[in-house]
Design a protein around this ligand. Structure first.
Ligand code: MG
Ligand code: MG
Length: 256
């Protein structure tokens, strides 16, 4: 199903997006050396409930996970990249942490992910991975607007990731969003321009380039959720929710 939101609904989506961004920035600032992932999950729960919002994750039970997820935020460390189930792990200097969060507020969902390095060290490979996903996300957003097609966004994202030298996995990518977190259309992180669904004002999309340094193959942890690189290499993931407007695309998951 593809939802087209009314201007009033897009306005509500701005509030949801700002909340998601605010929680992610707060959790990033608290993700210091010695912080436990379960504390990040608890703090996220408190911020979601304090805002009168609902978690999109806690009861989520999709075919690709061993549901329900049971936590409020995804925490993926180093070689873990997607659907990271918070665990009793304490962050160390140089860890590459990805936080992914989706919440529902006033009937509209928003979804965003950030990757960053914990502590003071800046391993070159991690810096490059994060930079590639952030640039790919920016390229995908720049390609979005009324009349553009999904393939244009996929192509823009995939071109940046390929030129950065990373293999691209096509099992998981971006998606539509609205009254629920995951909707059509699927947005692959590589594709051909001019193909696919044509964007129109009121459509909300999540673009989410993610990469692994030297492989496109994932393995699932024993927890049934956390996906990590099969080689143990580092990974990164960047995601925003955007709204297609009359003139282009507006990023919703930014602090207002
Ligand atoms: Mg997400
Ligand atoms: Mg998403």
């Amino acid at each position: 199903m593809i939802e087209i939101l009314s201007p009033a609904e897009v306005d509500r989506a701005r509030q949801t997006g700002a909340l998601v961004a605010s929680i992610l920035q707060t959790m990033k600032s608290r993700s210091t050396v010695g912080t436990n992932l379960l504390d990040i999950d608890q703090w996220t729960k408190e911020m979601i409930l304090d805002a009168g919002a609902e978690s999109c994750y806690v009861d989520y039970e999709p075919s690709f996970g061993r549901g329900p997820f049971g936590h409020y935020i995804c925490t993926a460390v180093n070689d873990a990249v997607l659907h990271g189930l918070p665990s009793d792990y304490t962050l160390a200097d140089g860890d590459l942490l990805t936080l992914d969060l989706a919440v529902l507020l006033d009937g509209v969902a928003a979804d965003s992910a950030i990757s960053f390095i914990v502590g003071e060290s800046r391993p070159a490979e991690s810096v490059a991975l994060i930079d590639a996903t952030e640039r790919a996300l920016a390229a995908g957003i720049a390609a979005a607007g009324p009349g553009a097609r999904i393939g244009d966004l996929s192509h823009a994202i995939g071109t940046v990731l390929s030129e950065a030298g990373y293999p691209i996995n096509t099992e998981f990518g971006g998606h539509g969003i609205g009254s629920t977190m995951h909707q059509d259309p699927h947005i692959s992180n590589t594709g051909r321009p001019g193909r696919g669904y044509q964007l129109r004002p009121g459509l909300l999309l999540c673009l989410e380039p993610w990469v692994m340094a030297d492989t496109a193959k994932l393995v699932t942890d024993d927890d049934g959720w956390t996906l990590r690189s099969i080689t143990g290499c580092r990974t990164a993931h960047s995601e925003h929710t955007i709204a297609i407007t009359d003139s282009g695309a507006e990023i919703l998951t930014v602090v207002s």
